[in-house]
Design a protein around this ligand. Structure first.
Ligand code: ADP
Ligand code: ZN
Length: 723
């Protein structure tokens, strides 16, 4: 027999099938080691066949087969081809999506431990061997014990002597490392509300592949997901459950474990290599049937997938920012097609692109306009910060927010303060000459972090000593601009000395349980106020939170991106949704310098439809997605000269393409990227807006031709971030 093998080198030069001879029972999807040139390298078997296309005398045999069970399910082999063609990446790069990194390298293996039990063989104990007698007694009592601790307690000599006599059996057993051990959810089985029953019926009966569940925050979407997962498991099928943030996975996992026990497995980058390996194998072996995780869990090694759930489907984390730059929904669509599975997209604020599909009937659209038990959505109070400044209040907190915070603390409830800016001060500048501290490797200003007293680049992570004087004019008047979360905590400590504060942002969450621990602490009411960035906005369910403060609602409006209005609307709705989910009616104080902005108006009245109609009207008129496609070729190099030359060449080819297909292009233009330099690399972009995606393959080819030497170029389609 012969095997078609893809070698695990993600380079276009070797991106083709290599043939090897193999055993009859080799299965497609297996990981193998093959001779390649004069060395052995890893590869994947794509196909096994009777004949080969090259001279059989020249075919070399496969050197080693790694798995008894092929690592990749047949569907993955199929998907690999699709992804590689769609996103123009080598097949090896597509294959890597399906395997945890440590598995490809074979660094992590199953974890085995030695266990001891009574063998049942007859034996004689000498009277002097008291320790051996104790071991026997212990094993009679417990049945089994782990080898190492047993030796530690009774002495290795005693245990070994018993083994020699044949009195005990020592045996290696596979141990499954279990991540997030402390998760102990209680299963809240509720009687379903009529709205939930209707939604489930609709999902069951629709002949459309995709259901969009548009439900306000707290409308009970999670319970609907759990019910559908339960149904699919009952039918013998499997489920993939995606959440936008890894910080949300433990919370969801605890709910899934409470209901589905060991059938749920978690896949995410925060796990240790060993845990990830084990969870992955539990899914691959069929022991676990539900995969939960962030974006990459869409590649879970499950067969017979019955449903793929994408919660908070509008979230930008569902678009990959490294090659292949896939959108999770498009991968889910492929998998659903292969498996005849359902897809459920859930959101209180669906993306414009998705909602249009629902409105025009291509997706099954379900609307849940009310919270469970008809709890009202929180009241949103707008605080006009221009008036605050006029009144002489230059702090980050409006009077309204201070009053509401005081009232919340007095009533023993909890509050969340949201500010999407970590650190202490966003920029540090010299008051005398206007110098702004910037990163040496990136074209961005540095953020001051008070905990470490250092300046940090939020783009590349490089850290610098804090200035004691201006490096340009040697002035001593250093000013901080733009409040960050650390400053907010400091200010709150002064305003409310009795309040217990907790902060959650990228600086406070370390380790794989970092998020979870902070959230648990807040959920247990060990803190009164949670201050945080974006990561606190999503999905969390804290019943005692009755106040949410949004410090700078305008921040995301300032981006010159066609999505900035949509992003702002989504963010406000999400954050506001954390308030008043149980008990008392919640409040939200939204601080803005721009109270008449229409996006804020729609958000404060929870008018998704108004927002949507307006947004669609604008995008249709100005030809932005989904009525057009934005494509960007990014050309980068550490050498400015090389970047410019490569961009010029790409631009020449694009210009020729535009000439040939003028009717497809709205515009194409080469220019510096908004962030001109990032991680030492200069960045130029060729920005295109087109009526359709017909010419994408040509654009990918043009881009690929620019990749050489120290120039790295890539294509982005409707990028989530236009930095
Ligand atoms: P969403 O995901 O739509 O924001 P959740 O699923 O978090 O909303 O539900 C909000 C709250 O309502 C949760 O605390 C959940 O336990 C509760 N809940 C869900 N379904 C029911 C029900 N049928 N009866 C009572 N409470 C429910
Ligand atoms: Zn930097």
């Amino acid at each position: 027999m012969y095997a078609e093998v893809i070698v695990d080198i993600a380079h276009s030069d070797v991106d083709r099938i290599f043939e090897y001879s193999c055993a009859d029972d080799l299965q497609p999807g297996s990981r193998v080691k093959v001779p390649f040139g004069n060395r052995l390298i890893d590869g994947f078997v794509m196909k096994v066949k009777d004949t080969c296309d090259i001279d059989p005398a020249k075919v070399k045999p496969i050197a080693e087969v790694f798995d008894e069970v092929p690592a990749l399910v047949p569907e993955c082999v199929w998907l690999t081809g699709r992804i590689s063609a769609r996103y123009h990446v080598p097949k090896a790069a597509a294959l890597r999506l399906f395997l945890p990194a440590e598995m490809r390298k074979g660094k992590v293996r199953e974890l085995y431990r030695k266990y001891v039990s009574l063998s049942g063989q007859p034996f004689v104990l000498s009277r002097t061997a008291a320790k051996q007698g104790e071991v026997i007694a212990y094993l009679r009592d417990k049945g089994e014990a782990e080898y190492t601790p047993l030796c530690e307690t009774y002495g290795r000599a005693a245990v070994n002597a018993l083994e020699k006599k044949g009195a005990i059996a020592v045996e290696k057993k596979r141990v499954v490392r279990q991540p997030v051990k402390e998760v102990t959810g209680i299963d809240n089985i509720h009687e379903l509300t009529p709205a939930q029953i209707m939604a489930i019926r609709s999902i069951d009966s629709t002949d459309k592949m995709v259901t969009l569940l548009h439900g306000v925050t707290g409308s009970g979407k999670t319970e609907i997901y759990l019910q559908i997962i339960g149904q699919e498991i009952e039918k013998g099928r499997t489920a993939i459950f995606l959440v936008p943030e890894i910080s949300l996975t433990p919370q969801m996992l605890s709910q899934l474990r409470a209901r589905f026990k060991g059938q749920a497995a978690i896949l995410h980058s925060g796990l240790s290599a060993g845990e990830r390996f084990d969870e992955w194998w539990r899914l691959r072996s069929g022991e676990a049937k539900i995969a939960i995780g962030a974006r990459s869990a869409v590649f879970a090694p499950l067969e017979n997938v019955g449903v793929i759930i994408i919660d908070e489907e509008h979230d930008s984390s569902y678009v990959s920012e490294t090659a292949p730059r896939y959108s999770t929904i498009s991968i889910a669509l492929l998998r659903a097609k292969y498996n005849h599975a359902k897809i459920i997209l859930g959101s209180a604020t669906p993306s414009v692109e998705t909602y249009i599909e629902g409105q025009e009937g291509r997706f099954n659209l379900i609307t849940l306009p009310e919270r469970i038990n008809k709890k009202p959505l929180p009241e949103i109070i707008m605080a006009d910060m221009r008036k605050e400044v006029k009144r002489g209040n230059n702090s980050a907190f409006s009077q309204a927010l201070r009053d509401e915070l005081q009232a919340t603390l007095d009533s023993g409830n909890q509050a969340i303060i949201f500010l999407n800016r970590r650190g202490y001060a966003q920029t540090v500048l010299c008051r005398d000459c206007g110098y702004v501290a910037k990163c040496e490797d990136c074209d961005v200003s540095l953020t001051y972090h008070s905990d470490t007293n250092r300046l940090l680049c939020h783009c590349c992570g490089r850290s610098y000593r804090m200035l004691d004087e201006c490096p340009e004019c040697h002035g001593k008047h250093i000013r901080y601009n733009g409040t960050g979360t650390q400053r907010v905590v400091e200010d709150l400590e002064k305003l409310f000395p009795q309040a217990r504060l907790i902060r959650m942002d990228n600086d406070t969450v370390s380790g794989k349980d970092g998020h979870y621990k902070i959230l648990q602490k807040f959920a247990a009411h060990e803190a009164d106020i949670l201050v945080g960035t974006q990561m606190i906005a999503k999905g969390h369910d804290f019943p005692s939170v009755t106040l949410v403060g949004i410090l700078d609602a305008d921040q995301s409006l300032q981006f010159s991106d066609y999505r900035s209005g949509e992003r702002t609307f989504q963010l406000i709705t999400q954050v506001a949704g954390r308030s008043g989910r149980a008990g008392a009616r919640g409040k939200v104080v939204l601080q803005t310098y721009n109270p008449s902005n229409y996006i804020l108006r729609y958000a404060t009245s929870y008018d998704y439809n108004g927002f949507f109609e307006n947004e669609v009207r604008i995008r249709r008129a100005t030809l932005f997605p989904p009525f057009a496609v934005i494509v960007r070729i990014m050309v980068t190099s550490e050498s400015q000269e090389h970047a410019l030359a490569a961009a010029k060449e790409v631009n020449g080819k694009i210009t020729a393409l535009v000439k040939e297909h003028e009717e497809d292009f709205l515009f194409a233009r080469a220019l510096w990227a908004p962030v001109k330099r990032m991680e030492k690399k200069f960045r130029l972009q060729i920005l295109m807006r087109m009526y359709n995606s017909k010419l994408l393959p040509q654009i990918y080819d043009i881009c690929a031709s620019a990749n050489s030497g120290d120039v790295f170029a890539y294509v982005e389609e409707n990028p989530a971030n236009l930095n």
